[in-house]
Design a protein around this ligand. Structure first.
Ligand code: GLC
Length: 738
């Protein structure tokens, strides 16, 4: 059995969490625990931040002493192999090290950022992407990824909205399970599998004002109905680990939160894997004002149920003394180590073999990345300018983001390499021939305010038949610690767009960003707008496929786009309020006399509706939806209802259409949102083709939390839509009866 497979076996023992491990494994864990000193147990609960490269003498000594159970951010394979060799052959108990890494959206083959992947509404494809990432990472002796990130986010000011699946718990839950399946494969000891880590448990996406690491105040009913479901789905899919969040939820830091970690995760969900803290978040319990000192932080972390401390050393420094002082029961430590499930001595000592280089950027992996990039692009506007004719004469390509590998890959590009990226510009030159592409960046970077590049860009536009204008953010504007108070195009990009529009040529805007941006004036100047997010290594070929019609845009927004940042938070699943505005109750021009009819839930200075709604996305084709057909007008509790609608491709292109199922509970003991996503399906239709698309809803699917935190389906009237997005569609009505 090859060493790497042996180590995978170790991992299957290490993470035998999905089902209760077989009794002989438990017996061996007991035997191992009985042999471990308290120091060695505490070592298994500690994840080191850096091995050093090459492995430092200090790391060597500490590994021999069993000081660490895991490392993150180890740079090179050779360092991991050497560290593993020391652990297996020079430590007392030969417990292998666990190497964790941020494989957030691909390893060497960089996939689109997670928010982009969410825009595919294609769990099967997202699962394939995670599989590609796991195959490459495991070949490089990475055992564990700190992904999927499952934080629901309704505030695009928060930079980490880029890392998750957007605003909706149903979509996010489907993608959470898909990623866990992709990373962990058929079993953790299967070749190409790595352990998943659902993060950041929980509610981190609700940080106030979108300000990073800020407090989050979430009523339990919202915690349970919006923020917890993706984590529950990941747990049900067998996620091996979870990571506790930095932020305080209702005043209690997630990393010290017994209610969340022991009450919900372990108690209600029976999760049997292990929990790792976030980077230094155990130490930060002191900074939060929740722990008196580092010893108190260590005590609260273990008691809350954090089994492994990432990067800080509170456990190593204090747990032994806490046990000796009778403040901490060693059984809690045994339970933590058991959950980390190190069971060794059961097989030969594998040191990972050097990876087969052909596993990286393999053609089949690049093909998955290209499909994800194509399916994640959302067509927000098109007056027919797209697709471009292959016979087009010259194409002006303008904007620094057209030729920026790192920005094309986006945030959390840890092992992706710029040299591997097929850039937008290179792919367009390849598609059209270099002589037909005129490139003028116009700006040095997306944040550049100097306009000396404008004349050349204008000249390029004038010399071309059409303009591709690349706009957006640089990759360092998204991700962790990248909160923005404004969502506008950075730098002088809006000015550049205005200048280019004046050239009078058809402009197609390609937006490269890790979050919703507010750019309606710029969008108004374009014939078409394609939101490609950060599409990764194969973003260039995918864009060429889309622009020239080899692929038809099918992406749908996983998050609402505001008109202005002043509308945030804005999301589709909002309550109706007592004074809902109508479709025409838009902004009231200032100076209008007080009009009691204007006393509605809206703004006086901007249209209260979003720029683009959740679930929205255009195609090159057009589709018509019939009214929904219901199998009954009422359904008894415990029953099921079939809902169907005909979807017709009324356009000229064969295309995929994401069909979305929404419901609304019209009356409940706790008022319910005006729409809730409860299903979706991707259908491919030829021009003129009509397909009946049907969904089955059980009354359990209609449940909501009441004021006592009971998840119940309350009898009453419901509406249901089969629609192209959260804003359109013809409602059907039915009742749930006792
Ligand atoms: C970071 C992030 C977390 C990441 C971890 C390790 O601070 O919050 O998502 O996995 O540290 O890099």
């Amino acid at each position: 059995m090859p060493p790497s497979r042996l180590l995978c076996c170790a991992l299957s023992l290490v993470f035998a969490c999905a089902a209760a491990p077989p009794p002989d494994v438990e017996r061996r864990v007991d035997q191992l625990l009985a042999r471990m000193t308290l120091d060695e147990k505490i070592g298994q609960m500690s994840q080191g931040a850096s091995l050093g490269s090459p492995v430092s003498e200090r790391s060597r000594q500490e590994i021999r002493a069993g000081r660490w159970g895991s490392f993150l951010s180890t740079i090179a394979f050779a360092d991991r192999a050497e560290a593993q060799r020391i652990a297996l052959h020079e430590s007392r108990l030969s417990i292998p090290l666990l190497f964790g890494r941020d494989v957030i959206h691909g390893y060497r083959t960089m996939l689109p950022i997670p928010l982009a992947q969410a825009a595919t509404w294609d769990p099967a494809l997202v699962e394939q992407g995670a599989r590609v990432a796991a195959r490459e990472a495991s070949a490089d002796a990475i055992h564990w990824t700190f992904a999927p990130m499952l934080d629901i986010a309704r505030d695009p000011r928060w930079g980490r909205i880029s890392e998750g699946a957007g605003e909706d718990p149903y979509l996010a839950a489907a993608l959470a399970a898909a990623q866990v399946r992709g990373y962990q494969g058929p079993s953790l000891d299967a070749p190409g599998s790595i352990a998943a880590c659902g993060k950041h448990f929980v509610g981190y996406g609700a940080v106030e004002a979108g300000r990073e690491y800020n407090s989050a105040w979430i009523p339990e009913i919202l915690l349970r109905s919006v923020y917890l479901p993706p984590f529950h789905a990941a747990s049900d899919a067998g996620a091996a680990t979870f990571m506790s969040a930095f932020s305080a939820i209702n005043g209690v830091p997630a990393t010290g939160n017994e209610f969340l970690l022991r009450g919900v995760l372990r108690g209600e969900w029976q999760f049997d894997g292990f929990v790792v803290s976030d980077y230094g978040s155990v130490d930060e319990l002191v900074t939060h004002g929740y722990a008196a000192d580092q010893a108190d932080a260590a005590l609260k972390g273990v008691r809350a149920g954090v089994d492994m401390e990432m990067a800080s050393n509170a456990y190593h420094a204090h747990l032994k003394a806490l046990v000796a002082a009778g403040k901490l029961d060693e059984k809690l430590i045994d339970d933590a180590v058991r959950r980390v499930k190190f069971r060794l001595g059961l097989f030969d000592k594998p040191v990972p073999a050097a990876p087969d280089p052909t596993v990286f950027l393999a053609p089949e992996s690049l093909a998955v990345a290209r499909r994800l990039a194509a399916e994640s692009a959302v067509l927000l506007k098109n007056d027919g300018a797209l697709p471009l004719a292959g016979s087009i004469g010259k194409l002006a390509v303008i904007g620094p983001l057209a030729d920026s590998p790192l920005d094309q890959m986006g945030c959390w590009t840890v092992d992706g390499r710029a040299g591997d990226v097929r850039t937008f510009l290179a792919s367009l030159r390849e598609r059209l021939g270099a002589d037909r592409v005129i490139y003028a960046p116009g700006l040095k970077t997306p944040r550049d305010t100097a306009r000396d590049g404008f004349p050349a860009a204008l000249e390029a536009a004038r010399a071309a038949d059409a303009v591709l204008l690349f706009l957006g953010e640089d990759a360092n504007m998204d991700g962790e610690a990248r909160s923005r108070a404004f969502l506008d195009l950075p730098g002088a990009q809006a000015a550049l767009a205005k200048e280019i529009a004046a050239a009078g040529k058809p402009v197609i805007e390609v937006i490269v960003a890790g979050r919703p941006l507010t750019f309606q004036e710029t969008a108004a100047q374009a014939r078409a707008v394609l939101y490609v997010w950060n599409p990764g290594t194969m973003g260039g070929p995918a864009l060429a496929d889309l622009l020239f019609g080899d692929a038809v845009p099918s992406g749908r927004l996983p998050v609402t786009f505001p008109r202005t940042v002043g509308q945030v938070p804005i999301y589709y699943a909002h309550l109706n309020t007592g004074r809902p505005p109508g479709p025409n109750d838009l902004g009231i021009p200032l100076g209008t006399p007080v009009d009691p009819h204007g006393f509605l839930s809206k703004y006086i200075d901007v249209d209260y509706t979003p720029q683009y709604p959740f679930g929205f996305g255009l195609s090159y084709s057009t589709f018509e939806y019939s009214a929904p057909r219901l199998s009954a007008s009422s359904v008894p509790l415990g029953g099921r209802l079939d809902v169907a609608a005909d979807v017709t491709n009324t356009g000229r292109y064969e295309a995929d259409e994401v069909v979305e199922l929404y419901i609304r509970g019209l009356v409940a003991s706790v008022a319910r949102p005006v729409r809730e996503l409860k299903g979706f399906a991707r259908v491919r239709l030829k021009p003129g083709e009509k397909r009946g698309v049907s969904f089955t809803l059980s009354t359990a699917d209609l449940a909501s939390y009441d004021a006592h935190m009971h998840l119940v389906t309350e009898p009453g009237a419901f509406q249901v839509w089969i629609a192209p997005d959260s804003d359109r569609g013809i409602p059907g009505e039915f009742r749930v009866t006792q």
